[in-house]
Design a protein around this ligand. Structure first.
Ligand code: 13P
Ligand code: SF4
Length: 360
């Protein structure tokens, strides 16, 4: 436990931790619009103009619409995983950041750059892990275990980050937990149980796990993946560690979105089966035009998929929404991230600890 942190008060009663997976009815159905080429080009030109007018830079995640990713790069912005998005937003001199991703990414950007204005195409872009970790419940859980160092995944609300000692993303979770375990610290981990279990298995750290899950990655099915590998025996398997353990066990490479993209370039396979959001295929194909990529199965034998390898909240980051939000001052203001200063200051500590660790 870090000495400089406020002491947590132990309670005598032990809480039974419920299952915090998101109920199916809370997962939105979002069907992205199909645009004619001329309309896509017109929107991209207009968004580029509006970014300039508003002294804004576009920072996008690998899961969002391919046109939005391209536009970010074409206009001097950035496309990356959640760790590097945070760093880029903090270091860029623009007065405003437009974060195309999900809300926790916008909040992280605002915490790290309190002097900048941070907007999103829509604030409705949530994350099941964030929704599955209500701050009050999490606070009670932390108070139950005052002897543990609280490590939270970046996919959480700013209020949850403010309760933590460390924030990690999937790019950097393993070395940070290894570092803490080597110091003899016991970990309280939230919210993704699959990622937590994976890190625990790789580090042997003493980790108490919250019970959240990603609605996209949880749907990948190990048996169906085995069967698919039987059809394509030479395929490499790339897996994001938010997936269930049985899926991770079959992988040739396990890692964050940027680590998956790196592995696709470095591994010798010509064909990959990919267990993560299919938005990543845009960058995988751009970087590896001679390799082929297919989606890992989500339905399985007799099962149905709800997210079907595409995050419904990431899918809300469409060109049209982005253009409308930037065009209309009122709509832009309605999609600005605001954070209570004290909560932001408290959340900045574990975020800066993570960024400082990754620089070391
Ligand atoms: P990365 O940090 O690997 O980009 O992952 C973010 C995410 O939300 C994965 O579902
Ligand atoms: Fe959250 Fe999963 Fe969507 Fe990533 S893919 S933003 S973890 S719901």
């Amino acid at each position: 436990m870090l000495d400089s942190l406020p002491r947590r008060v132990a309670q005598r009663k032990t809480l039974a931790l419920p299952d915090y997976s998101l109920a199916a009815e809370r997962i939105p159905q979002h069907v992205p619009a199909v645009l004619e080429d001329a309309e896509r080009r017109r929107l991209k030109v207009r968004i580029a103009e509006l970014l300039k007018e508003r002294d804004a830079v576009l920072v996008a995640h690998y899961y969002v619409d391919g046109d939005v990713q391209d536009l970010a790069e074409e206009t001097g912005g950035f496309v990356s995983d959640s760790l590097e998005m945070a760093r880029f937003g903090r270091d860029h001199p623009a007065g405003a950041l437009i974060v195309a991703g999900v809300r926790f990414m916008g909040e992280t950007a605002k915490v790290l750059s309190p002097g900048k204005r941070v907007f999103m195409p829509t604030l409705e872009a949530e994350c099941s892990l964030d929704l599955g970790c209500p701050p009050d419940d999490f606070k009670a859980f932390c108070q139950e275990h005052p002897d543990r160092t609280v490590v939270v995944y970046a996919n959480t609300s700013v209020q949850v980050k403010a309760l933590s000692d460390w924030v990690v993303t999937s790019s950097i979770a393993l070395p940070i937990i290894e570092h803490l375990a080597a110091r003899g610290e016991k970990i309280l981990w939230a919210p993704d149980k699959h990622l937590g279990r994976y890190i625990q298995s790789r580090t042997n750290a003493d980790m108490l796990l919250w019970s959240g899950a990603c609605v996209v990655h949880e749907e990948f099915k190990a048996k169906a993946l085995h069967d698919l590998k039987g059809i394509y025996p030479d395929a490499g398997i790339l897996v994001h560690p938010e997936s269930p353990a049985a899926v991770i066990d079959i992988a040739d490479a396990v890692g964050s979105t940027s680590q998956i993209i790196k592995a696709a370039g470095e591994l010798p396979h010509d064909l990959f089966i990919v267990a993560t959001d299919r938005g990543i295929f845009h960058k995988l194909r751009q970087r590896n035009p001679h390799k082929r990529f297919i989606e890992a199965p989500t339905a399985g034998d007799g099962a149905t998929c709800r997210s079907c390898a595409h995050c419904p909240w990431m899918a809300m980051n469409e060109l049209k929404q982005l253009a409308q939000t930037l065009e209309d001052g009122e709509r832009l203001a309605a999609n600005e991230i605001h954070i209570e200063p004290e909560v932001g200051r408290r959340a900045m500590l574990p975020l800066e600890r993570m960024l400082g660790f990754s620089m070391a």
